[in-house]
Design a protein around this ligand. Structure first.
Ligand SMILES: Nc1nc2c(c(=O)[nH]1)N[C@H]1C(S)=C(S)[C@@H](COP(=O)(O)OP(=O)(O)OC[C@H]3O[C@@H](n4cnc5c(=O)[nH]c(N)nc54)[C@H](O)[C@@H]3O)O[C@H]1N2
Ligand SMILES: Nc1nc2c(c(=O)[nH]1)N[C@H]1C(S)=C(S)[C@@H](COP(=O)(O)OP(=O)(O)OC[C@H]3O[C@@H](n4cnc5c(=O)[nH]c(N)nc54)[C@H](O)[C@@H]3O)O[C@H]1N2
Ligand SMILES: [Mo]
Length: 630
C-alpha cells in the first residue's frame, strides 16, 4: 500500500477522524493537553520529537516540553537505535558523539565494521569506506550474516547473534597476551586496565570460538591486525545496539580502542553511524530526557540555571522518561497525554501488539506527521506537517557531528504547515506567546545557550558547507576528531575500561522456538515504510522470511512459498527467500512492510536497563510450512 500526504488537520468525533480547520484542531490539541496537565500534573505529558525534522524543530519541541508543560519527558527514536552508543561514549569520554569524521575512514589502515550493514543503510559513509579500501585499508566485518558490507571485507567474522562481548573480550585478551596493547596510552589516558585484563582472561580463543562460532584463527587475525595498525577505525551500528545489554556491547568495543590507543587521533576512532537523518541533532538539541540543548546534563546546576534564566522558568532537576519508560507509564496510567511528532511507534516498537494497547490507554493523543500513519490513525488530533528535508528551513546534524543547512525548496501540500509554526500555535494557546521569525532565529537562540554550537552562524554554515561540533569560536575550527586531549601531556579525566559480563539474548531458544530471528534493513526501503512504500521498483520484493539453503531443505520449503513464523509474542505469514548469506539456525526479516507483515509482532521488548533500547536483533522463533486446506 502507499500513503497519501496529509493535507488537512483531522479531529476525532464519535470515534472517527474527520477533517477540521486549523483553529479547531489546534484548540482541541491544546485543550486536551491542558485538561490532562491540570488533572495529573506536568509529568503525565510525553513528547516524541521527530528525528527526521530539523535541529530548530527539535529545539522548539524540547522547549515546549520543558517550558510550556514543565516536564523533561521528551525523547525520540534515538531510543530504538543509538541511545546505547551515546550512553557508552558519554560514560567513557564525557561526550556521546562519534569521535571521527567520515573523511578519516579514507585515511586509515584498518576498518572494522561491527554489526553494521552500512552498504545498505549508510551508503554515503560506505562511499568513503570504498575509497579507504581503494587506498589499501584492510576491512573486517563482524556480522551474523555475510551482508553486502561483509562481501567487501577482507575477513568476515560470522558470529552467533548476541555474542559480541565474548568476541570483543577474546580480541582484547589476545592483544594483551601478544603484548600488542599500547602501554603508554593506557598508562596516561585510561583507568582500570588491570581489572579489565583480569576480567577478559577466561576468554581464550578456544572458548570464544565455542561461544561465538567464529574460528579462533579469524579472532586472532582481527586482534593482531587492529592492534598493530598505525590507524584504525571501529564502526558499529544496530548489530551492537539493539540488544538487552547494548550499552555493555558498546563499552566492549570502546575497550578495544582504549587498549590500543585507536581513539583521539586523525584516522583512529569510534564511529556509531546514526540512523535517521537528524537523530544526532535531535539529541544535541535536548530532545532527550536527560540533556538540555548542547548535550548539557540536566543534573548540572550551573547548566540548569543558565536555561532557567534564559527561559524564565524552573527546570525539574531530574531526568524525564525515555520512550520505553513513557510506554510503561501509559500502561500504568501515569502518562495520559502524548504529543507525537514524526514517529510511528505502532509499527516501529518491539512487541507492537503491546505498544498499541498502551497507546490506546491515553486520554489524549496528538500526532503531527506528514502521512496518516497507523499511529496517526489512533490519534484524537492529527496535524499535517511540512516535510523538513525539502519544505522547511533549518539545519540537520549527521553522524560525524556535522551541522548542515537545509532549505525550503517547495511549498508543503494543501494546508500542511511547518512543524515549528504548529508547536508555537499550541504554545500560544497554553499561555506562551512565542514568535520566531524563521528558523534562523531559533538557531541563534540555541547558539547563545550551547557553547558547542556558538560559532556556527547560518552564514558560516553556508560558507563552509557545514561545520562539525564542537565549534565554540566564530573564527576558528576544531579538529575533525574528538578527544585529542588523550594524546597530550594533560589528558584530562582518564577514560575507564568497562568490566563486562556476557549475557546471551533474553528470548531463549528451545525445542518450540529453535531458530534465531534477527531483523534489519534493505537498501530499497525505509524503516516502517511510511515514506518508502509508494514506489514500484524491481528491487522491491516486499517482506520475506529469509532462510539459509540448509534450513529451507530441512523445513521442506522452497523460495516464494508462504510459511508461518511464530515467536512467544505473535505470529505472521510471509514468503520464503533463500539467502546463502545466512548461517544455519538464523532467520532474517525487515521492518519495512508492517502493513502487510508486522515483523514487530514477533520481536521482544527486553530492553537495555541503561539506554532503554529493545532487543530487536534477537527473537526466538519457529518457522512452519503451511498445511494445504483441501
Ligand atoms: N536503506 C535504508 N537505510 C537506512 C534505514 C532504512 O530503513 N533503510 N534506516 C536508518 C536507520 S533509522 C538506522 S538506525 C540505520 C541502521 O543501520 P544498520 O544498523 O547498519 O542496519 P540493520 O540492518 O538494522 O542492522 C545491522 C546489522 O546488524 C547485524 N546483526 C544482527 N544481530 C547482530 C549481533 O548480535 N551482533 C552483530 N555484530 N551484528 C548483528 C545484522 O545482520 C545487520 O546486518 O539505517 C538507517 N539507514
Ligand atoms: N524489527 C525492528 N524494528 C525496529 C528496528 C529494527 O531494526 N528492527 N529499528 C528501530 C529503529 S533504529 C528506528 S529509528 C525506528 C524507526 O521508527 P519510527 O521513527 O517510528 O519510524 P519511521 O518509519 O522512520 O517513521 C518516521 C515518521 O516521521 C514522519 N516524518 C518524516 N519527516 C517528517 C517531518 O519533517 N515532520 C514530521 N512531523 N514528520 C515527519 C514520517 O511520515 C514517519 O511517519 O524503528 C525501530 N524499529
Ligand atoms: Mo534508527
Amino acid at each position: 500500500m502507499s500513503y497519501d500526504r496529509l493535507t488537512r488537520p483531522l479531529v476525532r468525533e464519535d470515534g472517527v477522524l474527520r477533517e477540521a480547520s486549523w483553529e479547531e484542531a489546534l484548540d482541541r490539541a491544546a485543550e486536551g493537553f491542558r485538561r490532562n496537565i491540570e488533572a495529573h500534573g506536568p509529568d503525565c505529558f510525553a513528547m516524541l520529537s521527530c528525528a527526521r525534522s530539523t535541529n530548530e524543530m527539535n529545539y522548539v519541541g524540547q522547549k515546549f516540553t520543558r517550558v510550556v508543560v514543565g516536564t523533561n519527558n521528551v525523547d525520540s527514536c534515538n531510543r530504538t537505535c543509538h541511545a546505547p552508543s551515546v550512553a557508552g561514549l558519554s560514560a567513557v569520554f564525557g561526550s556521546g558523539g562519534g569521535t571521527s569524521s567520515y573523511q578519516e575512514v579514507e585515511d586509515t589502515d584498518v576498518i572494522v565494521m561491527w554489526g553494521s550493514a552500512a552498504r545498505n543503510a549508510h551508503p554515503i559513509f560506505f562511499h568513503h569506506v570504498l575509497k579507504g579500501l581503494k587506498k589499501g585499508a584492510r576491512m573486517f566485518a563482524v556480522d551474523p550474516r555475510r551482508t553486502g558490507t561483509a562481501q567487501w571485507a577482507h575477513r568476515w567474522l560470522g558470529l552467533n547473534v548476541g555474542t559480541d562481548i565474548p568476541l570483543a573480550h577474546a580480541v582484547a585478551r589476545e592483544i594483551i597476551h601478544a603484548g600488542l596493547h599500547n602501554r603508554a596510552f593506557i598508562e596516561r589516558a585510561t583507568a582500570g586496565f588491570e581489572e579489565f585484563a583480569a576480567s577478559v582472561e577466561p576468554w581464550t580463543l578456544t572458548v570464544a570460538e565455542q561461544v561465538t562460532g567464529v574460528p579462533a584463527e579469524a579472532i586472532r587475525e582481527l586482534a593482531h591486525t587492529y592492534a598493530r595498525a598505525d590507524r584504525a577505525q571501529l564502526v558499529w551500528t544496530l548489530g551492537i545496539t539493539e540488544h538487552h545489554n547494548a550499552t555493555d556491547n558498546v563499552r566492549a568495543l570502546i575497550n578495544l580502542s582504549l587498549l590500543t590507543g585507536h581513539v583521539g587521533r586523525y584516522g583512529s576512532g569510534l564511529s556509531p553511524l546514526r540512523g535517521q537523518n537528524n537523530v544526532q541533532g535531535g539529541g544535541d538539541m535536548g530532545a532527550i530526557p536527560n540533556r538540555l540543548p548542547g548535550f548539557q546534563d540536566i543534573l548540572d546546576p550551573t547548566v540548569r540555571t543558565r536555561f532557567e534564566q534564559a527561559w524564565n522558568i524552573g527546570i525539574q532537576p531530574r531526568y524525564g522518561l525515555n520512550l520505553t519508560q513513557m510506554l510503561e507509564g501509559m500502561a500504568e496510567g501515569e502518562v495520559t497525554t502524548c504529543y507525537l511528532i514524526g514517529e510511528n511507534p505502532v509499527q516501529s516498537e518491539a512487541d507492537s501488539l503491546a505498544c498499541v494497547k498502551r497507546l490506546s490507554m491515553l486520554d489524549h493523543l496528538v500526532v503531527q506527521d506528514i502521512f496518516l500513519t497507523k499511529t496517526a490513525q489512533m490519534a484524537d488530533v492529527v496535524l499535517p506537517a511540512s516535510a523538513a528535508w525539502c519544505e522547511a528551513d533549518g539545519t540537520f546534524t549527521n553522524s560525524e557531528r556535522r551541522v548542515q543547512r537545509v532549505r525550503k525548496a517547495v511549498e508543503p501540500p494543501g494546508e500542511a504547515r511547518d512543524d515549528i509554526w504548529i508547536m508555537c500555535e499550541i504554545a500560544r494557546r497554553l499561555g506562551h506567546d512565542w514568535h520566531y521569525d524563521g528558523a534562523e532565529e531559533v538557531w541563534n537562540e540555541l547558539r547563545a545557550l550551547s557553547p558547542a554550537h556558538q560559532g556556527m552562524s547560518y552564514e558560516r554554515l553556508a560558507e563552509l558547507q557545514g561545520i562539525q561540533w564542537p565549534c565554540p569560536s566564530l573564527t576558528e575550527l576544531e579538529p575533525p576528531y574528538l578527544h585529542g586531549r588523550l594524546w597530550t601531556e594533560n589528558p584530562g579525566p582518564p577514560a575507564p575500561f568497562g568490566i563486562l559480563r556476557h549475557s546471551p539474548p533474553v528470548d531463549l531458544l528451545d525445542e518450540e522456538y529453535p531458530l534465531r530471528l534477527t531483523t534489519g534493513r534493505r537498501l530499497d526501503s525505509y524503516n516502517t515504510g511510511v515514506q518508502s512504500s509508494g514506489f514500484a521498483s524491481p528491487l522491491r520484493r516486499g517482506e520475506t522470511i529469509e532462510l539459509c539453503p540448509e534450513d529451507a531443505v530441512r523445513l521442506g520449503v522452497v523460495e516464494g512459498e508462504e510459511v508461518r513464523i511464530t515467536s512467544r509474542r505473535g505470529s505472521v505469514i510471509a514468503p520464503v527467500y533463500i539467502d546463502p548469506a545466512l548461517r544455519p539456525g538464523l532467520v532474517f526479516m525487515t521492518m519495512h512492510f508492517p502493513d502487510e507483515v508486522d515483523t514487530n509482532a514477533l520481536t521482544i521488548e527486553a530492553t537495555c536497563p541503561i539506554a532503554g533500547t529493545a532487543e530487536f536483533k534477537a527473537a526466538a522463533v519457529r518457522v512452519e510450512k503451511l498445511v494445504a486446506v483441501s
